[in-house]
Design a binder for this molecule. Structure first.
Ligand SMILES: [Fe+2]
Length: 220
């Protein structure tokens, strides 16, 4: 995947740095789907906490935190019918479209000179330890560590928050589900660390922001 120097030069000219660009991308997704924006910010926070507990610091920690926040940015490329769908079960065609979001996200970020470690997280956050994930069916050590961490953070937040088609479950219930998934979907050692982290420091309370209204946009 190449970078797009023209995009970078344009953004530099307006004083918008790469970090701000990534926040803008996450916020843009929030305009289409407020739940996803709050979810992304919580997943970024949980990913950072789990990575720190796993002894990761410096650049690698920053990449995992940003990767967690941007993990679903490829959903920007999905059609409106996906966002308006409130059913848990998707048609085969819609499922195929949803499952393209890691690839779309990785391609999008690569155009903005995004560090490889962040792109890897976005690309591989739906891979599973047993090789049954997507988009490539990677298994075990083939899956980047950052993607394994974000996958656990993503899963925990999805279980413990309300979605249009699913009521949230308690933290205790989430631990039971996560233990069942350990070793097949998720890394078992990291799952234990995540449970330890939540037991020690609790859950994140970031809530969805209201999408910008038309009058607000006119005032800009
Ligand atoms: Fe995702």
């Amino acid at each position: 995947m190449g970078t797009d120097p023209e995009s970078r030069i344009e953004l530099d000219r307006f004083g918008i740095n790469q970090h701000q660009t990534f926040y803008l991308m996450a916020a843009a997704l929030g305009q289409r789907d407020p739940y996803t924006h709050a979810h992304a910010r919580r997943v970024g926070a949980y990913s950072r906490r789990l990575a720190e507990r796993a002894g990761i610091d410096g650049e690698a920690l920053r990449a995992i935190t940003l990767g967690g926040m941007l993990h679903d940015v490829g959903k920007l490329g999905l059609s409106d019918r996906i966002f308006s769908n409130k059913q848990a079960a998707l048609s085969k065609e819609m499922l195929g479209e949803v499952q393209s979001h890691p690839l779309i996200g990785a391609q999008l970020l690569s155009r903005f000179n995004c560090p490889k470690a962040i792109i890897e997280v976005v690309l591989s956050h739906h891979e599973r330890i047993d090789g049954s994930g997507y988009p490539f069916g990677l298994s075990g050590s083939e899956i980047p560590l950052g993607a394994k961490i974000v996958s656990i953070a993503d899963c925990f937040d999805a279980i413990t928050t309300d979605r249009p088609y699913q009521r949230r479950k308690s933290v205790a219930h989430a631990f039971i589900i996560m233990k069942e998934m350990a070793g097949t979907c998720q890394d078992a050692g990291l799952t234990d660390l995540m449970i330890e982290e939540i037991r020690t420091n609790g859950t994140e309370s970031i809530m969805p922001m209201e999408p910008m209204s038309i009058p607000m946009l006119r005032a800009i």
